[in-house]
Write a protein that binds this ligand. Structure first.
Ligand code: GLN
Length: 487
């Protein structure tokens, strides 16, 4: 092998593998060696699936030897959030309740990535059942930020974000219910995408809040993120919420620039952000305008209520989705005197404090007598938000906001105060409620020299425009000068 493939993009690796300049086995060995040497400090992986990875790499190399094309992700290492089910490989959701569970099937996104030649290295850490914004709610210990081991990587897909930022893999998959791909991407200085609701099959994603959950890509650059989304998108008969119709072409237009596009900066989402995040957003807006876009501020009034509506709707759906962990069908079982005691004992031991808090919040919001005052009202607010965005997109092609109000905070800083943790997602939640796509693009450094992310929001199925703007933003973005912990 000539040069090291560590730090290369997915495009570069696939090109080298397809043209036989490097083997998928060599790429896999190199990335696994780095993970083994360095992940002790980061805790981004809950499990490394070395044997399966080497077998996938071998299959790719055999296809190439036979003159066949393994696909757009030939030999590209990928990390998988541990709420995506993997056949025969334990899938924990970072919870004690699923600690020993080995699923009998693979999530559709994993089958699609593998069919395109990707090599899965293992399962990454998350907040238990994807509930959180720092990965500190994992029952297997927190993940750390690769730019500062004393700080959080964001969450809930903190393991996937940290692994990609640390160059353990060029790409990863996560899930985003209220910001869990975009917020950790911003805090770790990488790209993260929440696709349109229904664009990507959720068959094999362990459900948190089903009207909000979407699977999406992480990458260190915009084109790799578009490539991975292109691979995993599309209708799946195993997921009744997945959209029909052709997958939008995300790559052919991506370098075409923003000339003539109308971009709106959402005023409500700038209030209360840290000074350097605010400055970065201004500079991002100026850069897009210098590249020929028409950039203006606008008001999207209903987004102010997003967080409150989300913290009724998401826990309500979670309380229902998590009813299946009863100690009977699968997962942890703690015996009691009778069936009811067994349920209680299993759930008491198996779930962590944040999951219990969500189940209680959700059960309360759905309880008779309160249903309309809480859940019903939150649904009406959701309709207002959709309406507010619809009006905004009559005058703008895409919208701009910060991804997170601050850069990465210190471990423990918000762990004791759920409300301050919930506020981390104020900028990302409105898109989930509307079902729209959004992307976080790294934009230099802010407080404590930690990375900043700028968010681009688009209307439903507006991914192609969204990626075009993201690529333009990336072209003009200041770089992150800070070194990774192992560099
Ligand atoms: N941080 C938010 C929550 O705790 C969002 C989580 C997510 O998107 N999975 O619910």
């Amino acid at each position: 092998m000539t040069a090291s493939t560590i730090g290369m993009s997915a495009f570069e690796i696939a090109t080298l593998v397809r043209s036989k300049q490097v083997s998928a086995a060599e790429v896999t060995h190199e990335h696994l060696a780095l993970v083994k040497a360095r992940d002790g400090d980061l805790n981004s992986f809950l499990q490394i699936s070395e044997e399966a990875a080497l077998a996938s790499a071998k299959a790719v190399d055999e296809m190439i030897a036979k003159g066949e094309d393994p696909g757009a992700l030939a030999g590209v290492p990928i990390a998988l959030k541990d709420n995506l089910v993997t056949r025969g490989i334990s899938t924990t959701c970072a919870s004690q309740i699923l600690k020993a569970w080995k699923p009998p099937y693979d999530a559709t996104v994993i089958l699609k990535a593998r069919a395109a030649g990707a090599v899965a290295l293992g399962k990454t850490n998350l907040d238990e059942f994807a509930m959180g914004s720092s990965t500190e709610n994992s029952s297997f210990g927190p993940t750390r930020n690769p730019y500062d081991l004393g700080r959080v990587p964001g969450g809930s897909s903190g393991g996937s974000a940290a692994a990609v930022a640390a160059k353990f893999a060029p790409i990863a998959l996560g899930s985003d219910t209220g910001g869990s791909i975009r917020q950790p991407a911003a805090l770790c200085g990488i790209v993260g995408v929440k696709p349109t609701y229904g664009l990507v099959s959720r068959y094999g994603l362990i459900a948190f809040a089903s009207s909000l959950d979407q699977i999406g890509p992480f990458a260190r650059n915009v084109k790799d993120a578009a490539l991975l989304l292109q691979v995993i998108a599309g209708h799946d008969r195993m997921d009744s919420t997945s959209l029909g119709g052709p997958v939008p072409d995300l790559l052919s237009d991506i370098e075409n620039g923003v000339e003539g596009l109308r971009i709106g900066v959402i005023e409500e989402l700038i209030d209360g952000v840290s000074p350097m995040v605010g400055t970065a957003l201004d500079s991002a807006a100026n850069s897009l305008s210098a590249q020929g876009a028409q950039v203006e501020h606008l008001s999207v009034p209903a987004v102010k209520y997003g967080l409150s509506a989300y913290y009724l709707i998401a826990p309500a759906e979670a309380s229902s989705n998590l009813a299946r962990y009863d100690g009977v069908r699968y997962g942890l079982r703690v015996e009691g005197q009778d069936m009811n005691e067994t349920y209680v004992a299993s759930r008491t031991k198996g779930f962590g404090p944040e999951v219990k808090r969500r189940i209680m919040l959700g059960t309360f919001a759905l309880s008779s007598g309160y249903y309309d005052a809480y859940y019903g009202r939150a649904q009406r607010v959701r309709t207002m938000i959709i309406d507010s965005f619809r009006k905004a997109y009559e005058s703008f092609d895409v919208l701009l906001s910060p991804t997170s109000p601050t850069t990465a905070f210190e471990l423990g800083a918000k762990a004791a105060d759920p409300l301050s943790m919930y506020l981390s997602d104020v900028c990302t939640i409105p898109t989930n409620l509307a079902g729209h796509p959004a992307i976080s693009v790294p934009y230099g450094e802010g407080e404590n020299e930690m990375p900043i992310g700028v968010q681009i929001l688009a209307p439903a199925l507006g991914e192609a425009n969204m990626f075009k703007v993201a690529r333009a933003l990336e072209r003009g973005a200041p770089l992150i000068a800070k070194k990774l912990f192992w560099e």
